[in-house]
Ligand binder design. Structure first.
Ligand code: SF4
Ligand SMILES: [Zn+2]
Length: 121
């Protein structure tokens, strides 16, 4: 369960504001828009990916204490997607063959026709 950055009390994941100290937890009062807040009196920008790669053009940069777009530079921007076992190795080849049976049949027909034409000369 997340905790309030101001009073450190546990709060509901969907809470728009802290029920204990009324600190806003979501941006624009919308539960789907996270509002990142500095917890230790430091600036969020100091450890934000968009500050370090110089792509942020928010006016509060570099002194943001709360921000909707903050992304900690120590975590990857895009989570690694694990390839399912069905796409690896022999199972992957079998899946590909199953999905492309029509294409394989046409290729076999073409090869067979070419071999027939060559052998009948
Ligand atoms: S996105 Fe927010 S936290 Fe990140 S650099 Fe810009 S203002 Fe700072
Ligand atoms: Zn609070």
């Amino acid at each position: 369960m997340p905790s309030c950055s101001k009073c450190k009390q546990p709060v509901d994941f969907q809470a728009v504001s802290c029920p204990h100290c009324n600190n806003p937890l979501k941006a624009f009062g919308h539960p789907g828009i996270p509002l990142y807040q500095s917890e230790d009196n430091t600036w969020l920008c100091d450890r934000c990916t968009y500050h370090l790669d110089d792509t942020c053009n928010f006016p509060q940069r570099p002194y943001a204490k709360s921000c909707t777009l903050f992304h900690d530079h120590s975590t990857p921007l895009i989570a690694e997607i694990d390839t399912p076992a069905s796409r690896k190795g022999w199972a992957g080849i079998k899946n590909w063959l199953n999905r492309n049976q029509g294409l394989i049949a046409i290729a076999v027909l073409i090869v067979f026709s070419v071999l027939l034409a060559i052998s009948s000369r």
